[in-house]
Design a protein around this ligand. Structure first.
Ligand code: CA
Length: 233
């Protein structure tokens, strides 16, 4: 028997909530719904869903507050769905430790893909789609963590230590956006905070080495004003 993932939708607009419920149910998920932040928080503790889809604009509280309160006790995946997504909002939700965000209006395929990514990351923890041999592959790009090298079309690409760290970190989180700050902190500690320029220079060099056309990347995508996302199969 297949175990169905349970998804909680916290969304106050019935039209959107009903649409998502229909799509997710048709795709084999069990769906439960809440219409306010307070109701949502209590359903997370009483129903233990596998994933939460959260609207930022709720009648009783801000979605960010919901994320912060939930994050004090659980790391379950949270995908934010919102119409008002300026760059700073995206950074704010990711820094509040939401797993991902989708901007309204969105398509069914995109919603399902983000859900699969978020669920996969919980099941395989930090290693994402990296195989037991320590290898990450997408398209013609291979990151080998044991040998500490990156291949494109089977050819070894010469990355600096820092470039390898960045590619390796993004690959471990393939499909997820990592904010500039979270990448900087992960690589160089809290002191590096705010120095996005360093990261942009590294990324330009990385793209020149791994992308066929750096202006139209296939592997590392820029989420403008937010951060970077590694492609996944
Ligand atoms: Ca709303």
């Amino acid at each position: 028997m297949q175990i169905r993932s349970k998804i909680l939708i916290i969304e106050d607009e019935p039209r959107i909530s009903n649409f998502m419920t229909a799509v997710l149910s048709a795709n084999g998920y069990d769906v439960i719904t809440a219409y306010t932040g307070k109701e949502g928080c209590s359903m997370i503790s009483s129903h233990c869903p596998d994933l939460v889809i959260l609207d930022l604009g709720l009648p009783d509280m801000d979605g960010i507050e919901v994320i912060r309160s939930v994050r004090t006790w659980t790391s379950l995946p949270i995908i934010v769905v919102s119409a008002r997504m300026h760059e700073r909002d995206k950074v704010q939700v990711l820094d509040a430790e939401a797993d991902d965000y989708i901007t309204k209006p969105f398509g069914t395929a995109e919603l399902l893909a983000r859900i699969r990514t978020a669920l996969r990351h919980t099941h395989s923890s930090a290693l994402g789609s990296i195989t037991p041999g320590g290898v990450f592959k997408v398209g013609e790009l291979t990151v080998d963590y044991n040998k500490h090298w990156v291949l494109v079309k089977g050819e070894n690409v010469h990355l600096t230590q820092n470039e390898f760290k960045i590619v390796g970190l993004l690959a471990k989180n393939a499909g997820k956006v990592l904010t500039y700050d979270s990448i900087l902190k992960e690589l160089w500690g809290p002191a590096a905070k705010g120095n996005n320029q360093v990261l942009r220079v590294h990324m330009a060099n990385i793209r020149r080495k791994i992308e066929e056309n750096p202006a139209e990347p296939r592997y590392v995508f820029t989420e403008v004003g937010v951060g970077y996302r590694m492609a996944e199969e």
